[in-house]
Design a protein around this ligand. Sequence first.
Ligand SMILES: Cc1cc2nc3c(=O)[nH]c(=O)nc-3n(C[C@H](O)[C@H](O)[C@H](O)COP(=O)(O)OP(=O)(O)OC[C@H]3O[C@@H](n4cnc5c(N)ncnc54)[C@H](O)[C@@H]3O)c2cc1C
Ligand SMILES: *[C@@H]1O[C@H](CO)[C@@H](O)[C@H](O)[C@H]1NC(C)=O
Ligand SMILES: *[C@@H]1O[C@H](CO)[C@@H](O)[C@H](O)[C@H]1NC(C)=O
Ligand SMILES: *[C@@H]1O[C@H](CO)[C@@H](O)[C@H](O)[C@H]1NC(C)=O
Ligand SMILES: *[C@@H]1O[C@H](CO)[C@@H](O)[C@H](O)[C@H]1NC(C)=O
Ligand SMILES: *[C@@H]1O[C@H](CO)[C@@H](O)[C@H](O)[C@H]1NC(C)=O
Ligand SMILES: *[C@@H]1O[C@H](CO)[C@@H](O)[C@H](O)[C@H]1NC(C)=O
Ligand SMILES: *[C@@H]1O[C@H](CO)[C@@H](O)[C@H](O)[C@H]1NC(C)=O
Length: 586
Amino acid sequence: MGRALLLCASLLAVASAWSGEVKKVGRVTYQCKCYSDNSCWPKAPAWAALNTTVDGALKVAVPPGAACHKKLGELSTYNEAECANVQANWVNEQFLTDHPIANLWPLYTNNTCLPNADPSTPCTLGFYGEYVIMATTKAHIKAGVIFARKNNLRLIIRNTGHDFMGRSTGFGSLIINTHSFKEATFFKKYTGPGKWSGSAATVGAGIQGRELYRKAFAQSPPVVVVGGECPTVGWAGGYIQGGGHGPLTTIYGMGADNVLSFDAITAKGEYVTANADENPDLFWALKGGGPSTFAVVTAITVKTFPEVPVAGTILNINATHTTDTAVFNEGFRIFHNLSNHYVDNGFFVYFELSLGRLHIAPFVAPNHNLSSLEKVLKPLHDQLKAAKIPYDSYSKAFPTFFEFYMDMFEDEQPNQNSVVGGRLFTQKDIAENGSGIADALLMASAPTANDFGFSVGHIVNPGHGTPVVDNAIHPKWRNASSFVITNVIMNGDESWAVKKQKEDVQTNIVGKALRAAGPDGATYVNEGDLYEPNWQTSYWGSNYPKLLQVRKKWDPEGVFYTQTTPGTEDWEVLDYGSKLCKKSSK
Ligand SMILES: Cc1cc2nc3c(=O)[nH]c(=O)nc-3n(C[C@H](O)[C@H](O)[C@H](O)COP(=O)(O)OP(=O)(O)OC[C@H]3O[C@@H](n4cnc5c(N)ncnc54)[C@H](O)[C@@H]3O)c2cc1C
Ligand SMILES: *[C@@H]1O[C@H](CO)[C@@H](O)[C@H](O)[C@H]1NC(C)=O
Ligand SMILES: *[C@@H]1O[C@H](CO)[C@@H](O)[C@H](O)[C@H]1NC(C)=O
Ligand SMILES: *[C@@H]1O[C@H](CO)[C@@H](O)[C@H](O)[C@H]1NC(C)=O
Ligand SMILES: *[C@@H]1O[C@H](CO)[C@@H](O)[C@H](O)[C@H]1NC(C)=O
Ligand SMILES: *[C@@H]1O[C@H](CO)[C@@H](O)[C@H](O)[C@H]1NC(C)=O
Ligand SMILES: *[C@@H]1O[C@H](CO)[C@@H](O)[C@H](O)[C@H]1NC(C)=O
Ligand SMILES: *[C@@H]1O[C@H](CO)[C@@H](O)[C@H](O)[C@H]1NC(C)=O
């Protein structure tokens, strides 16, 4: 009887998952999610009931640029003061992350409602969603997940909107915004499951990088958490679920290596705890197995560590030093070729590379003072001088990581349009082909006669002296030396065909060269190419088969979706980036 009931329930679930439109593309049949032009789209009373369930937190999704246009569909949206505010804050990270649905890297919103000067120009939703739940309780998230599942809607979890690859936006979707989950509690001694009795913190899903660092520093004694480099990137959302590297990774491991427990909401809409004792498969997968794939995370308990003294160096080579390309390129080769040496000394290095400009800001040297830092950097200075490369640099030392971070890291500018890719180079590849790797990266600054690029590098090795944690991140991370993001620069207003062409440059010119230069390497789901060949093994290596199993168990119907995450093989976004559909088995 129980078994029969169960079977019945799963049949019903399947039936509801097929309520969308059927599309044929060539010989392939697709069943799509439900969209506003389909009869299966929930009627007004259903939305009103959802709004009641979420205590009035359901909002019509309005892109940030709408205030500068007369209308968004039937909605009058023009507001002179608000438009000026949006224009003034268009490159303000915090303003954008605080917005209900804004994306900081807007290419994947389709740029159809920018804050232009002329209010009579059209504004459409593009690839933004239709509705957003501004969740303030776990019950709001649960209600949103259940509503999306029952009505076969595209569901988007949006934390900060930072994702480079459009993962926090989706055409015609219901969005759940987790930004208000700002609670953080610190413990001197952790007593829960997992072999850890040191200090820890429970961190809400909406906490952002610098906010977490600040709270950790305010403890007595101050502590540190492994987090990212950017001040406004979320911590407990995409960052941890993708793996998470950061300035302290070389001494303390990846963000995901330090997680002790997750509080989450499953695709079925059930509250769940995942740690070493409870639901260990989900625990394993949430630690690096992919964002928005296994569950919605509401809070994470993580190890914290004592503060450490940190010294750092900022080094520049640019047009003020040399305009000779050969000289500049040799300077970059010398710098990057020493990656293994930096990480062997516990360093993390953040750098930006474009045509004729290298900005290393900074070298991060935890547990170092100025003299021990200079000792590690001596081969770099010696080699640059011997090769007659002009450059300049300065160093500073701080008693704590937090003071160092606030002083020596810079904010990045959002609202740039580019197609992203990247590669993780292992110690073996750096040792065997250091110059080849540097040349591939130099090429990425101008991959064709018509394209320019921009790269962001992270010299980091989470395997250096830290215990190896069994989790979902690509095992190659343990042997990493340099992880670099490459960007093919766009304006954002190009046609669909040009966009596809730029993606092709990223995958088949830049990506191809990176793969050839670093054959032992891997790629990173949070900062990678949406069209990475063999993305399953490239992003997760030998962990992929287990991730696929865990995904099928916890989200069999495909309530969650973001491109190139475990279990999404049968799903495709059709109709020029709009409707999400699943290949039918028939
Ligand atoms: C300027 C900049 C600097 C960066 N620096 C670093 C860095 O130092 N180290 C590093 O590892 N990465 C870094 N990243 C990449 C970063 O990890 C990813 O962009 C990550 O996806 C951001 O997560 P978010 O939750 O803030 O963003 P969002 O764009 O809101 O979400 C990203 C993805 O996570 C999903 N998601 C968000 N919250 C949840 C949740 N609670 N439950 C389930 N799924 C969720 C979303 O659905 C989406 O798929 C950086 C990115 C930028 C733009
Ligand atoms: C949801 O309810 C709130 C409060 O009553 C209201 O302000 C809001 O407009 C409603 N949302 C929608 C989409 O109608
Ligand atoms: C996306 O942008 C392209 C190119 O501007 C346009 O042709 C297409 O209609 C847009 N789609 C949506 C859903 O906005
Ligand atoms: C070039 O380097 C100098 C330091 O010598 C720095 O002040 C300047 O900002 C750099 N320029 C660019 C474009 O990075
Ligand atoms: C890179 O380092 C290797 C040793 O690891 C060395 O043989 C090679 O000459 C170096 N190349 C450059 C350009 O510094
Ligand atoms: C700097 O650190 C090194 C190595 O940790 C140590 O031997 C040295 O005494 C320190 N120097 C100063 C001035 O503190
Ligand atoms: C990492 O490197 C070590 C030694 O160099 C090697 O034994 C191990 O197989 C490598 N791991 C991976 C995943 O490549
Ligand atoms: C070294 O890198 C270059 C690309 O710059 C690549 O063509 C070559 O095959 C690589 N060599 C090895 C041994 O991996």
